[in-house]
Design a protein. Structure first.
Length: 220
């Protein structure tokens, strides 16, 4: 079941920069999500899920769902895969020599096309004080800690407020930032449209909706 969340100031600032035109309330079962991960989730992430939901930012980053969802065409991204990936990366990069934390304290909330994994460092008992950790594919060092929550981090990223880019690629270009909910992306794909822009894609072909038959997996 979903629940009402407050209006987080950093998410409100983000909506002015990136209007949630194609957002959707995920109606997250937060009790189930918190039981699954053994944590309370930050207020900004909960508010982000209520205003935007899971989906893509400028076609170059994805904000992940707290629990798996059944997709229209394929299963959208949730925290599990990238959390496992970042914990493996921590070990591969040297463990505490790379980041002085336990791998179990890293919880992914996003991923870029870089691909970089965007995480929380969950050591503080107050989730609203969790900093963002970037596990970068092409950054040096691999792990960097930023003293912001996820919504403030995204806002600073899209507003180009970092002196040095904290991720491996730049996906802001001065044009209005756009967010597309994962369900809208999949419906566009099925219609033969570009999932990010909604424009006709000359290289795409309309796909049968799973409800009407056909392969329920993503076309390749």
């Amino acid at each position: 079941m979903g629940e009402t969340v407050g209006h987080n100031a950093h998410v409100a600032a983000l909506t002015r920069l990136m209007p949630p035109v194609h957002g959707a309330d995920e109606q997250v079962d937060w009790a189930a999500a918190e039981a699954r991960w053994g944590v309370r989730f930050p207020a900004d992430y909960r508010d982000f899920m209520a205003r935007y939901g899971g989906g893509s930012v400028n076609g170059e980053a994805v904000v992940l769902l707290p629990l798996p969802q059944q997709g229209v065409r394929w299963q959208p991204g949730d925290l599990a895969e990238e959390t496992a990936n970042v914990r493996l990366a921590w070990r591969a990069e040297g463990g505490r020599d790379a980041l002085d934390a336990d791998p179990g304290d890293l919880l992914a909330w996003g991923v870029t096309a870089g691909p970089d994994i965007l995480c929380w460092l969950t050591t503080d008992p107050d989730p609203d004080r969790w900093p963002v950790v970037v596990c970068g594919r092409h950054t040096s060092p691999t792990f960097t800690v930023h003293p912001y929550g996820m919504a403030e981090f995204l806002h600073r990223l899209l507003a180009d407020e970092f002196d040095d880019p904290p991720v491996s690629l730049v996906f802001w270009d001065g044009t209005p930032a756009r967010f597309v909910h994962w369900r809208e992306e999949q419906l566009r794909f099925l219609a033969g449209l570009d999932p990010e822009t909604g424009e006709p894609d000359p290289y795409a072909h309309p796909q049968p909706h799973p409800a009407a038959g056909g392969d329920p997996g993503r076309a390749t």
